[in-house]
Design a protein around this ligand. Structure first.
Ligand SMILES: [Zn+2]
Length: 436
């Protein structure tokens, strides 16, 4: 695609049309209430939530698109000055409310930008989205797949969100005398909170701004801002620290639950051995561990992490709104792109999906020249991936890291890892993304 036409989750200007996959902060860096660089295309739900995040946003720039049907845009080629037609389809990403993928079609061929996504095989809604996508790309080749590579490493294996939600409820039930705090973001994990509320027949406390968002999403009676109504509170992730938990326990017995796909790989950062005690060791709390178990996906077996006890008061549950490694693999195998790029990179590590999934590429393989180029990228990715993993196997380094980071595990360290993962998001779609 020619430079200067389209940007997705990238707000630095220089394009004619801007697309927003969803409203998480790492996808809106550079977007503000003063946005004036061009029309912003998004889903209906995102358009409803956006003015709440960006008050005084110029609503005449919002373009709401329905999910599941093609929409045509007439753009101007910056090089020739002639009109060029671009078609776009939104497909539900099942990541958080309003989140979508963008499928583009035009003279450049067919491109798919997943944004953050999670399509679990067991979820009916994800199956429907899969059918919509397959029908939309039927008969054409997917030239480039821009892929959510957040968990693009075989160590990221976790259960479905339904199963992880059951684990959260089990923890709460096994602590009947405790207050519970659960770390969440400004958007997402609503299904988890609903499940807890339904299973335990209780309301969930949220902070006032979060309640407003939940009301916008149509949840009326389940949430409250009155602490006296419930012992379960959903709190902002940034406030979920060891210090907070220790402070709360001076007043009332309280445990914290961190739902995330991330803590399952603490070992890669030299953190796991001393800090994460398996639930087998925490049965004194009355909670029966489900421990590590195995799932089969695509004919392969994966060891799936279960609940981990990170601290005297803190449990980590592998509840993830991003696709696991096996789900990413299934997705790539499904769409068989000719080329692919990860959309998440960091200052320390970028795991190129080609490293793991290059063999799933579509039948029209790139030319020898571009293949050589890929090979270069692949070996680099392999080195980067290995260096990430080696940290946990180097005893001195691991010890050093444990010393310096032990105390701050859930406050600073999680935010630091998150920041590392999220240095760069989004893309201006330009010619050199398509290597052919
Ligand atoms: Zn997100």
């Amino acid at each position: 695609m020619e430079r200067g036409l389209i940007s997705v989750d990238r707000w630095s200007g220089g394009s004619q049309a801007y697309f927003l996959t969803h409203l998480h902060a790492d996808h809106t860096q550079g977007l503000s209430s003063a946005w004036s660089r061009g029309p912003l295309f998004c889903s209906h739900l995102t358009s409803k939530l956006l003015p709440f995040k960006f008050p005084n946003f110029n609503l005449s720039l919002l373009r709401v698109l329905e999910v599941g049907s093609w929409h045509s845009l007439s753009l101007t080629s910056p090089s020739s000055g002639t009109k060029t037609a671009v078609q776009v389809m939104l497909i539900d990403a099942h990541h958080c409310p309003g989140s979508v993928m963008f499928l583009f079609r035009g003279e450049f061929g067919c491109l798919l930008y997943t944004g953050d996504f999670r399509w679990e095989a067991s979820i009916e809604k994800a199956y429907t989205s899969k059918i919509i996508l397959l029908n939309a790309i039927k008969g054409s080749k997917l030239e480039v797949l821009y892929l959510d590579n957040t968990y693009c490493h075989p160590s990221y294996a976790f259960p479905s969100r339904v199963d992880a939600a059951k684990q959260v409820v089990d923890i709460i039930i096994s602590h009947p005398e405790h207050d519970i705090i659960i770390a969440i973001d400004n958007l997402g994990k609503e299904e988890l909170l609903l499940y807890i509320s339904r299973m335990l027949k209780i309301k969930i406390w949220v902070w006032p701004e979060r309640l407003q968002t939940l009301h916008l999403l149509g949840y009326e009676d389940i949430f409250t801002t009155k602490t006296s109504f419930t012992r379960v509170r959903a709190v902002p992730r940034y406030s979920f620290t060891v210090d907070t938990l220790e402070g709360l326990n001076k007043v009332r017995p309280t445990i914290g639950i961190m739902p995330s796909g991330l803590p399952g790989i603490l070992g890669h950062f030299g953190m796991n051995e001393n800090l994460c005690t398996s639930l087998a060791d925490s049965r004194s709390n009355g909670f029966k561990s489900s421990e590590i178990f195995t799932i089969t996906s695509n004919g392969q077996k994966w060891n799936v992490r279960s609940v981990e006890k990170l601290h005297q008061y803190i449990y980590s549950v592998p509840y993830s709104d991003h696709a696991s490694f096996s789900e990413i693999q299934e997705f790539v195998e499904l769409v068989r792109p000719i080329n692919m790029r990860g959309i998440v990179s960091s200052s320390s590590c970028y795991i190129n999906p080609l490293y793991y999934f290059g063999h799933f590429r579509g039948v029209n393989q790139p030319s020898q020249k571009s293949w050589q180029k890929h090979k270069g990228v692949e070996s680099m990715s392999a080195i980067q991936t290995e260096s990430l993993c080696q940290i946990s196997h180097c005893p001195n380094l691991a010890r050093k890291r444990r010393r310096s980071e032990k105390i701050r595990i859930l406050g600073h360290r999680f935010s630091r890892v998150s920041a590392l993962r999220r240095v760069r998001q989004g893309v201006k779609i330009v010619e050199n993304d398509c290597v052919d």
